[in-house]
Ligand binder design. Sequence first.
Ligand SMILES: C[S@@+](CC[C@H](N)C(=O)[O-])C[C@H]1O[C@@H](n2cnc3c(N)ncnc32)[C@H](O)[C@@H]1O
Length: 251
Amino acid sequence: MSSFEFPGEYYEIMRGDFRDLAAETEFLSSLAPAGGRVLDLGCGTGTNLRELGARGFSCLGADQSACFIEYARGRGGEGVEYVHGRAEDFVTDDRFDLVYSLFMTLNYLPRAELRGVLRKVRGLLRPGGHVVLEFGHLLNFVEGFQQHTVGHHRGDDGVLITRLARQAINPHAANWRNEETLLVRDREGRVSLYDNFFDQAVLTGPEVRDLLDDAGLRTVAEYGGFRKEPAPFHGRGPLVIVATAKDGDSE
Ligand SMILES: C[S@@+](CC[C@H](N)C(=O)[O-])C[C@H]1O[C@@H](n2cnc3c(N)ncnc32)[C@H](O)[C@@H]1O
């Protein structure tokens, strides 16, 4: 379960501190034909889709956060549309040249739903289409574990977000829980508080490769980041997997 129900503009500020958007855009753009159809599962505030829309792709995003989808719709963007809902429940007759899920969103899906979601993704591909999954795997969580963290994130306009996070691991369920309080000073100097929490499945590379295989998807490349860094040795760091349909065709 996860919430992510807080103003999208604050998420965007924090995301900017963690991510390399230019590299993500370049990487994703290279995997779809010009003007191709793109689906972002767990699109958050639509950050990636706005970039791809500006490059002429036809974009659809789905996310379970009502706040984030409202923010994304408000930001607009050429050729970008959004659906509010869980990836598990997403249905469409549409087909896509590129389906992706970035920034650990795969880890947010309930473990029991992963198989079904990846099979569905396979069925959503156009002939020659690609899937890109970026997820955190086992040692990411183990090495990154801290019971309490405090981080500060600053917007350009005087917004200051202090993120107080509490983390817990349930090893029997291979589940990681993050509970955080966001203390926000807005541009007028007012202070507000938001609670956010999320559970993440602690995945391993082999587990995800098996799930892709089961879904009829073939891994064609693995990287440690969107600048095509080498895939991390012994599972440290995020893993970016690119896959295509095994038979190279759509359903
Ligand atoms: C860390 S954010 C990443 C968002 C976006 N992919 C990005 O790169 O900024 C994780 C996102 O996953 C979404 N999410 C979590 N569980 C989900 C689910 N079951 N279905 C769809 N979206 C989900 C959250 O609402 C949140 O927007």
